[in-house]
Design a protein around this ligand. Structure first.
Ligand SMILES: Cc1ncc(COP(=O)(O)O)c(C=O)c1O
Length: 379
């Protein structure tokens, strides 16, 4: 496993060591102290529950972040796409779960090409991906590790827990080009439930589907090594109950308004590590503020819009491609053209994928440039 320091060739960037005020905008900032504390909080909770951590990388798309998480105890990384997995493996990550069904030959062949350097596991919720993976794996002389993906309540992908899952597991286990590595499910429907007892109840109900299916497979003589699931929103509850062997929770390392407000993670001690640095470009009226961060920089969710830190009085009006329009400015909180503002993004997934890099900051200075090398990798 490559260490985080050797992955990040960008520490010789001329911006490193400069004060934050010298960073040109718009720019995505990662407060490294806060990020590290969030990582520590996540892994400590997961380990206290006797489980392993394989954080999802869909929000950060950065091999450096994955390597940092690995260096403090993560067992690998979870990806949404095989092209993201490729970036991770090419930068030294040695164990990847692609938590998705691969249904094109190109994707499976891409996965197979990574297997001499890393364990790369994929998923199936029907016979199609199993038969495809088996034919590609057999032709290459490998057995592709697969998880049965179970629908444990979210109603997105996943075979039903129980006999249907057993049938699929048998197929993976017996096919010449695949091997059963375990099962997974994602409880995306419980993340925002509150109070915590309600979220715990719903998490337990979901994970019961994984527990029961594991028992069924084992009774059939099929070993189940991996039982994977959970997002940031329910990682506390999922860590505390029996069932999972590893958790996919990842986004809480960065935090945003969705995690903080809707998943109640600020109350759980997580800190906002990711912000957008923007500059005021115009003040068309005393009440209005225009910034250089439009929808190519930020995303917009109506329910939890991005906020301007330190300026509760400002409210987002709309984003154009390159302009952010805000209203509510007041004379007692002066804002001038050229001022830098810090924005708290609504949702980090839909923010980071618009950027090439994160500026890692500590004590008001740039410590490193973190390249988002998985950005744009959609296949
Ligand atoms: C398959 C899967 N696992 C886990 C997660 C949770 O990730 P996070 O903790 O980053 O919200 C998601 C989120 O969309 C997901 O789709």
């Amino acid at each position: 496993m490559t260490s985080p320091a050797t992955i990040d060739a960008a520490t010789d960037d001329a911006r490193v060591g400069r004060p934050l005020e010298d960073v040109d905008t718009p720019a995505l900032l990662l407060d490294l102290d806060r990020f590290e504390r969030n990582v520590d909080r996540l892994i400590t909770t997961i380990r206290a529950g006797g489980k392993s951590w394989r954080p999802h990388s869909k929000g950060h798309k950065s091999p450096w972040i994955a390597a940092y998480q690995r260096s403090v105890g993560a067992i690998g990384v979870t990806c949404g796409k095989v092209s993201e997995a490729q970036v991770m493996v090419e930068h030294g990550v040695d164990s990847v779960l692609v938590a998705n069904e691969l249904v094109t030959r190109q994707k499976v062949e891409r996965l197979v090409r990574l297997l001499d350097r890393a364990e790369v596991i994929c998923c199936a919720d029907n016979e199609g991906p199993v038969d495809l993976a088996s034919s590609v794996g057999e032709a290459a002389g490998v057995r592709i590790p697969m998880l049965v993906d179970l629908n444990i309540g979210m109603d997105r992908t996943g075979v039903r827990p129980g006999p249907d899952a057993l049938e699929l597991a048998r197929r993976i286990d017996r096919a010449p080009g695949t091997r059963l590595a375990g099962i997974m499910g994602y409880e995306g429907h419980v993340l925002t439930l509150w109070p915590a007892e309600e979220r715990a109840r719903a998490t337990d109900e979901s994970i019961a589907g994984l527990r029961e299916t594991k028992a069924l497979l084992e009774a059939d003589g099929i070993p189940v090594t991996i039982v994977s699931g959970a997002g940031s929103g329910n990682h506390v509850e999922a860590s505390a109950i029996p069932g999972l062997t590893e958790l996919q929770a990842g986004g809480a390392c960065f935090m945003d308004r969705f995690y903080g407000d809707e998943c109640h993670m600020e109350e759980q001690g997580f800190e906002y590590a990711l912000t957008v640095l923007t500059t005021v470009t115009s003040r068309p009226t005393p009440e209005r503020v225009i910034t250089d961060s439009g929808f190519k920089t930020l995303s917009t969710r109506d329910d939890v819009p991005s906020l301007v830190l330190g300026h509760d009085e400002l409210e987002m009006m709309y984003l154009s491609a390159e302009h952010g329009s805000w209203r509510g400015a007041r004379a007692d909180k002066p804002i001038r053209v050229g001022d830098q503002l810090r924005l708290l993004p609504d949702y980090h997934d839909t923010t980071t994928f618009r950027h090439d890099e994160l500026i890692g900051i500590r004590d008001g200075r740039v410590e490193r440039i973190i390249r988002l090398l998985g950005r744009g990798k959609l296949q």
